[in-house]
Ligand binder design. Structure first.
Ligand code: UGA
Length: 434
């Protein structure tokens, strides 16, 4: 199959590379000439474990191409995936201007039947809107399909090559057949393909992400309550998760969820609800709790230092919104930095992968360290904001020799209590007894 992917952001690039790996010829289109030129030279514009290898393999096999010319890509393709940004507008609703503008171009340029696939996370009703826009421009038949993406950053290759399910929203038999053919390599190995109408498919994506955000937030509340009553959230988590109706995944408490998806999708679903006079109370509570949870340890740091952290130097391990990504969108680290600076503290941060992105927005408002131990030099305490594996089993003696005080505030529950307290540290984590 010949496929175009319009938009080579995170989802577009991973989808394009995956579809090439499945044997299709894929034309990735982007308006950014510089980026397209770099991709042609084999440079992957995002950090994602395992992606570069797959990307280079498919360029070499001449199944993966890059262009700024949408018309050229359209002419060569039967199926066009839209993987365009849908950033939150000021009121939280998803901004569809990129999607609509490309739909217009497709309507003007297409010369034969096409399947247009909405891969971006878009509000319920977007497939209808795209259909309207294209119909206004052409008489040539086409179909619009919703096919949400469920991959996680940091696991993009793993998730895209082994999806838990493929969801396809379409009311056209012809388009359904084409989508079934594209995903046949997956369905052959037992991955379910779930067909439904476009609106249900669009909502499935928001419902799945919002549910996971609620699940994490519920666990964060349980963790905070554990601290009040002297229970241990690790034990509660294991006890709960062993019921396979609940499951062990996404029950890890911490300093809140971030990233480019959960916060945006929760907000957008609340907003879409409001447009129908529908209050998503559970999502409103989730947003409220998560906002507070992100900086819950700043209170603890203040408490530890007698209510005043003016002039204190806080070492921070981790800046990315989660491990294995350089993405800092809605990262808890940033909320913590903002609040710590506001309270007069200084921050020295270490994150080998995400530092560059933080520098772009914070410049020298904070200091950066080239390795995890030198960040601790002369610092009053350590705050862990991201669960990078390199922090899992540190040299506590070395840490103690660098830090002014043997104090760790751990927003990601990286260590067992025995590990940290056994090394003589004051160790405050989330939902466990100090
Ligand atoms: C999320 C979903 O997991 C994907 O299925 C979805 O495709 C994607 O959004 C998207 O819409 O594109 P992602 O944002 O990459 O993926 O990251 P997650 O691994 O889901 O983590 C999100 C946040 O939740 C992170 O800040 C993470 O630290 C936090 N989290 C996750 C917890 O605090 N506890 C957990 O138990 C799990």
């Amino acid at each position: 199959m010949n496929i175009s992917i319009v938009g080579t952001g995170y989802v577009g690039l991973v989808t394009g590379t995956t579809l090439a790996e499945l044997g299709n010829t894929v034309y990735c289109v982007d308006i950014d000439e510089n980026k397209v030129e770099r991709m042609k030279q084999g440079i992957v514009p995002i950090y994602e474990p395992g992606l570069e290898e797959m990307f280079l393999r498919n360029i070499q096999a001449e199944r993966l191409f890059f262009t700024t010319n949408i018309k050229e890509a359209l002419d060569k393709s039967d199926v066009i995936y839209l993987a365009l940004p849908t950033p939150p507008g000021e009121d939280g609703s998803a901004d569809l201007s990129y999607v609509i503008s490309v739909a217009n171009q497709i309507g003007e340029m297409m010369t034969s039947y096409k399947v247009i696939v909405n891969k971006s996370t878009v509000p319920v009703g977007t497939a209808d809107k795209v259909r309207e826009v294209i119909s206004a421009k052409t008489q040539i038949p086409f179909d619009v399909v919703s096919n949400p993406e469920f991959l996680r950053e940091g696991f993009a290759v793993e998730d895209s090559m082994n999806p838990s399910r493929v969801v396809v929203g379409s009311s056209s038999e012809k388009a359904k057949d084409i989508m079934a053919k594209i995903y046949q390599p997956f369905t052959n190995t037992g991955v379910p393909i779930i067909f439904m109408d476009e609106k249900s498919s669009e909502l499935t994506k928001y419902a799945a992400n919002s549910f996971l955000a609620v699940k994490i937030t519920f666990m964060n509340e349980i963790a905070n309550y554990c601290e009040k009553v002297g229970a241990d959230v690790d034990k509660v988590r294991l006890g709960m998760g062993s019921d396979d109706r609940i499951g062990h995944r996404f029950l890890f408490p911490g300093i809140g969820y971030g990233g480019s998806c959960f916060p945006k999708d929760v907000k957008a679903l609340i907003k879409s609800g409001k447009e129908e006079n529908f209050d998503f109370k559970i999502l409103e509570a989730t947003e409220y709790i998560n906002k507070k949870q992100k900086v819950i340890l700043v209170d603890e740091i203040e408490k530890y230092f007698g209510g005043n952290i003016q002039g204190k130097k806080i070492a921070m391990w981790g800046l990315a919104f989660k491990a294995n990504t350089d993405d800092i969108r809605e990262a808890s680290s940033l909320d913590n930095i903002e609040l710590l600076l506001e309270k007069g503290a200084q921050v020295v941060a270490y994150d080998a992968i995400a530092e560059e992105n933080v520098r772009k927005i914070l410049g020298d408002k904070i200091e950066y360290s080239k390795d995890m131990y030198s960040a601790l030099e002369g610092a009053d305490c350590l705050l862990i904001a991201t669960e990078w594996s390199e922090f899992k089993n540190p040299n506590f003696e070395l840490m103690a020799s660098k830090l002014k005080n043997k104090v760790i505030f751990d927003g990601r529950n990286m260590f067992s209590m025995e590990q940290a307290e056994g090394s003589g540290f004051f160790y405050k984590s989330i939902g466990r007894k100090t």
